[in-house]
Every structure is written in C-alpha cells, then in structure tokens.
Design a binder for this molecule. Structure first.
Ligand SMILES: NC(=O)c1ccc[n+]([C@@H]2O[C@H](COP(=O)([O-])OP(=O)(O)OC[C@H]3O[C@@H](n4cnc5c(N)ncnc54)[C@H](OP(=O)(O)O)[C@@H]3O)[C@@H](O)[C@H]2O)c1
Length: 258
C-alpha cells in the first residue's frame, strides 16, 4: 500500500501509540493531521516530524470526548479542505475502578471518546473514501475486548464495541479499496496505565510492535477485520473462547479488580 501524498488523520497523536502511527505514516510519505487536546505537544511533534520528513503536518487541538466532538472535527477538516485518505481512530482512555465507585461523568467521557466519536468519525469519512475508492480506517481496540473485565468494565465494553463494529464494517466495504481494521494491542508502554491508574498485568510491549503489526496486516493481500498484537496476546485472546465465561471473568477480576 502506497501512502505517499495521502492524508492521514490521527487522533490521540500527542503521545503513545498515536504518536507512533504519526511518525510511521510521515516516514511513508503521508501528510498528517494530528488531533488531541494538548496543543503545545502536538505543535512540537508536528515540527519534529516536518524536520525529518518532507510532508505537511497540521494540528487540530480538540477534546474528542463530547457528543459533538466528531462533527466538530469533521467541520474543522472541511474548513481545511481535507478529505482524509487514512483515519486512525486511536484516542482513548481507560478507567480502573468498580462501576459503583466510578465518577459517572468520567465514564460518560470514556464511552463518548472510545465509541461515539470513533463511530461518528468513521461514518463521516467513509462516504468520501468509497467515492474515491481508496481509504484506510484503523480503529484501536484492545485485548480487553476479548473478555469482560471487572474493574475495567466500561473500558473493556467500549473496546468490545470497537471490535464488533469494525468487523461488521469490514463486511460492508469488502470488494472496495477501502480497508478497515481493528488493531488490538496488549499492554503497551505508553501513558495509558498512568491515565487509567491501573497496573499492567504483564510486561509492556514497545509502541513499535503495534505499529509494525498494523502495517504488516495492511500489506497482506487477504485482509482480516481484526488483529491482535503479539503472539502471546493472540493466543490468550483465542483461549478465552474455549474457557467458561465465569472462569475468564474470575481471572480478569484477579488482575484488575481492587
Ligand atoms: N497502552 C496500552 O497498553 C493499550 C492497550 C490496548 C489498547 N490501547 C489503546 O490505545 C489507544 C492509545 O492509547 P495509548 O496507549 O497510546 O495511551 P496514551 O499515551 O495515554 O495516549 C492517549 C492519546 O489519546 C489522547 N486523548 C485522550 N483523551 C482525549 C480527549 N478527550 N480528546 C482528544 N484526545 C484525547 C491523548 O492526548 P491528550 O491528552 O493530549 O488529549 C493521547 O494522545 C487508546 O485507544 C487505548 O485504549 C492501549
């Protein structure tokens, strides 16, 4: 797949996995629109990427966790006369608390960012991609999408939604040159666990593993709707299908319920 001269919108590009996608896409010649709340950080990253690569990088500093966020970002892209060829729906966060103890406003924002904005942006850019018969939509799921997680109930459910939604969409765009893919990372070395105030269950993989697994999947002729990053994570995700749900929930609770 040739990304040279294409335009990629990356949400959550100010750190972690989103930053990794932005750097890789620029190295492959794509122009970028970087989206997150931290304007100064995005501008610093944009300057660094532009120094290294001859691509155009624009920044949109915006909160994506309100019901109007998707439309607001689509309007901002429209004002910039940008029709994205690539959309990386990566911005997201998790909460690690019992539902009974969690701040309800925080979980509303979590669902809105991880699910509502992701769907709205996908639905907003898809018609243009289908008209031009080219597009890539990467939605970031998680290995948390493969089982309910007591202690991270809302987060795991948002990621299960992302995977189900994206897989169904994969079935809708089959036969076109629009590729949609859920990328499900396991624990990865980013700000995620600090933000979630959670402890990772195991070792943290580098962001580069997520990025290289994504581009490998895109290069495959036989596209798949969803990938799990890392052999051990893929094994565990498959394993949950063969173990009684109660047992899976109990294991997840041991790791994340406190
Ligand atoms: N790290 C892991 O172990 C792991 C595993 C599986 C899946 N994931 C998923 O990977 C994705 C990226 O997370 P990460 O691990 O790279 O964590 P991260 O380093 O915390 O990055 C999260 C990104 O999302 C942005 N963001 C957060 N809230 C936002 C909001 N309200 N509006 C706009 N942007 C917002 C952040 O930027 P600002 O704060 O500047 O807005 C940041 O750029 C998430 O969807 C996460 O669920 C992570």
């Amino acid at each position: 797949m040739n990304f040279k001269g294409k335009t990629a919108v990356v949400t959550g590009a100010s750190s972690g996995i989103g930053l990794g996608y932005a750097q890789e896409l620029a190295a492959r010649g794509a122009n970028l629109v970087l989206v997150a709340r931290s304007k100064a950080q995005l501008e610093k990253i944009a300057a660094e990427i532009q120094t290294k690569n001859s691509v155009n990088v624009q920044v949109i500093a915006q909160d994506l966790s309100t019901p109007e966020s998707g439309q607001k970002l689509l309007d901002a892209l429209n004002d910039l006369k940008i029709s994205p060829d690539i959309l990386i729906n990566n911005a997201g966060f998790g909460t690690n608390n019992r539902v009974s103890k969690e701040n309800r406003e925080k979980i509303r924002q979590e669902i809105t960012l991880n699910v509502v904005t992701l769907v709205d942006l996908t639905a907003g850019v898809l018609p243009g991609m289908l008209d031009r018969d080219f597009g890539v939509i990467i939605n970031i799921g998680s290995t948390a999408s493969f089982q309910p997680v007591p202690g991270m109930a809302v987060y795991a459910a948002t990621k299960a939604f992302v995977r189900s939604f994206t897989s169904a969409l994969w079935g809708e765009v089959r036969g076109t040159n629009v590729r949609v893919l859920t990328v499900n990372p396991g624990a990865t070395s980013t700000e995620f666990f600090n933000v979630a105030e959670a402890k990772p269950a195991g070792a943290l993989a580098p962001v580069s593993e997520v990025i290289s697994a994504t581009f490998k999947a895109l290069e495959r002729k036989n596209s798949s709707p969803s990938i799990v990053v890392g052999g051990q994570n893929a094994f565990m995700a498959g394993f949950t299908r063969f173990v009684p749900t109660k047992a899976v929930i109990n294991i997840a609770a041991k790791l994340f319920l406190h």
